[in-house]
Design a protein around this ligand. Structure first.
Ligand SMILES: *[C@@H]1O[C@H](CO)[C@@H](O)[C@H](O)[C@H]1NC(C)=O
Ligand SMILES: *[C@@H]1O[C@H](CO)[C@@H](O)[C@H](O)[C@H]1NC(C)=O
Ligand SMILES: *[C@@H]1O[C@H](CO)[C@@H](O)[C@H](O)[C@H]1NC(C)=O
Ligand SMILES: *[C@@H]1O[C@H](CO)[C@@H](O)[C@H](O)[C@H]1NC(C)=O
Ligand SMILES: *[C@@H]1O[C@H](CO)[C@@H](O)[C@H](O)[C@H]1NC(C)=O
Ligand SMILES: *[C@@H]1O[C@H](CO)[C@@H](O)[C@H](O)[C@H]1NC(C)=O
Ligand SMILES: *[C@@H]1O[C@H](CO)[C@@H](O)[C@H](O)[C@H]1NC(C)=O
Ligand SMILES: *[C@@H]1O[C@H](CO)[C@@H](O)[C@H](O)[C@H]1NC(C)=O
Length: 250
């Protein structure tokens, strides 16, 4: 069994952010600040720091590989993903695993795909459970968007995605995902979502599948030999039979 890595995940996810400000001409401002995506959405961008390297693609602002040293000093990839990045498109169309992507605008499920804010009802397309609820933002979530690269250095990359009220959500958002590697070694993920005009539910998450065993032997093919330690999570949200939160926190 491998020792665990010191990889850390710093997730700055917003929840239910109500926009208090109105930005006039936000379309023009955002379009001027961030150009729409052009190029190869499956090209891998690799960052490095001491004892760690990680690759990302614009399609979903997605982590595809994360190499850290095992107990013998050999670099191992500890996240699930495709080496051939065009496979992510195929995966979206078939298994739809959301491997390594940013999911949003609303990670997880919304009951019946409807909600009301300020007396206005919104309907989000129900892409799960045979049309009972939306999952991860509807039929085309952030995982399928081509994020623009706003800046890049040897150990950091920033992706942006301008969401113009897609999938029936109210209001426009500017989403910024910055990934940085440090010599700890660590991966730091910061995701910020800025509502530009209307109040809207927002919940973004990194949808990474870890396998700290790195598939090196039979016992590391699955995560069943990994130990999950969550010292600050002593309560859980209760869900119904289709994983919709009931409102109870146990
Ligand atoms: C924004 O636009 C509205 C309508 O055009 C106008 O009434 C308001 O004064 C503008 N606000 C700012 C801060 O420019
Ligand atoms: C590390 O090296 C030891 C001794 O050679 C070996 O038994 C073990 O399987 C290695 N661990 C990994 C993860 O390769
Ligand atoms: C990342 O680490 C792996 C494993 O050592 C190596 O094969 C790969 O070339 C590295 N990538 C970069 C860009 O350094
Ligand atoms: C990657 O997968 C695509 C199909 O999604 C295939 O057409 C292509 O040949 C593959 N590339 C490599 C290098 O295997
Ligand atoms: C995708 O689904 C097929 C058919 O159910 C399965 O054989 C395959 O293992 C799945 N792939 C992944 C990556 O889950
Ligand atoms: C469920 O969603 C539909 C629209 O898809 C809406 O007409 C209906 O009122 C909703 N039901 C409840 C209980 O909110
Ligand atoms: C992502 O970019 C490709 C072209 O590179 C395009 O075919 C695809 O539709 C884009 N995705 C979205 C959601 O616009
Ligand atoms: C790994 O998991 C398998 C199946 O869950 C179990 O039989 C085995 O004892 C575990 N090995 C270690 C080293 O914990």
């Amino acid at each position: 069994m491998l020792s665990t890595t010191t990889t850390t995940l710093l997730l700055a996810a917003s929840s239910l952010v109500a926009a208090q400000t109105t930005v006039n001409g936000s379309d023009n401002f955002v379009n001027a600040a961030f150009k729409a995506f052009t190029g190869d959405q499956f090209q891998k961008y690799t960052l490095t720091a001491a004892g760690i390297n990680a690759s990302f693609i614009p399609y979903g602002a997605r982590l595809t590989n994360l190499y850290v040293c095992d107990q013998n000093g050999t670099m191992q990839d500890v996240v699930v993903g495709y080496d051939n990045a065009t496979q992510y498109l195929h995966d979206s169309e078939t298994n739809h695993t959301y491997f390594g992507a940013v999911v949003g605008r609303y990670a997880n499920r919304i009951k019946n795909g409807t909600f009301e804010i300020d007396g206005q009802t919104s309907t989000i397309p129900d892409n799960e459970h045979g049309g009972l609820n939306p999952l991860h933002g509807g039929f085309v979530g952030y995982d399928q968007q081509n994020w623009t690269i706003a800046s890049q250095t040897g150990n950091s990359i920033t992706f942006v995605f301008y969401d113009q009220a897609q999938q029936g959500f109210p209001g426009d958002l500017l989403n910024v995902a910055t990934y940085t590697l440090t010599d700890e070694p660590a991966w730091i993920s910061r995701i910020v979502s800025i509502p530009l005009n209307d109040a809207t539910p927002i919940m973004l998450a990194n949808h990474v599948y870890w396998n700290l065993g790195a598939f090196v032997d039979e016992e590391a093919v699955t995560v069943l030999n990994d130990t999950l330690y969550m010292p600050y999570a002593d309560r859980i949200i209760e869900v119904d039979s289709i994983l919709i939160p009931t409102g109870a926190i146990n």
